[in-house]
Design a protein around this ligand. Sequence first.
Ligand SMILES: Nc1ncnc2c1ncn2[C@@H]1O[C@H](COP(=O)(O)OP(=O)(O)OP(=O)(O)O)[C@@H](O)[C@H]1O
Ligand SMILES: [Mg+2]
Length: 165
Amino acid sequence: MTGGRESTRRKGGVADSRCVGTQLAERVTHSAEETVAFGRELAVHLRPPCVVLLEGELGSGKTTLVKGIVAGLGAAEEEDVTSPSFTLVHEYGSAGQVYHADLYRIEGARDLATLGLEDLAGQASTVLVEWGEKLGDNIPIPCVRIRMEHLGSDDRRVGVERVDA
Ligand SMILES: Nc1ncnc2c1ncn2[C@@H]1O[C@H](COP(=O)(O)OP(=O)(O)OP(=O)(O)O)[C@@H](O)[C@H]1O
Ligand SMILES: [Mg+2]
């Protein structure tokens, strides 16, 4: 899932045409519990250092999926994983094991720099980034992009792709 680090190192370019995604998985879930379970499944495939971008509208289930990923990584219990909307970054597990960021309130490159996400990503960590589309080209290591789509009621489509530079 993480791909070869050499082959996937980012080389720059324009946001959204910046990289080629390789589809890894797609799942339609019908409840928050199913999304958490899918997150646990995905966690098995994540090898640090890894940045996981989570994209999708408000309430599409990004934090819910993160609960499963963090639990699957053995870094925290799912109920202890909460949205970092106000604190911007949460850390779970042993020092630097998992970071969970939410860029919803981030505006512009200066805010992003303040967050120090690149420093986090430089460690042997798994960095989970809600509203990851705001990172644009500033992703220093190979990553996985997860797109979440609200299909109506409790149905969500979760698309997972590896991002190659
Ligand atoms: N299939 C599903 N998958 C995920 N969440 C679901 C599902 N069905 C219902 N829900 C509910 O939808 C909500 C998703 O909220 P969540 O905080 O995970 O979204 P989010 O994408 O992180 O939102 P935000 O953009 O505000 O951070 C939760 O209340 C959850 O219980
Ligand atoms: Mg959220």
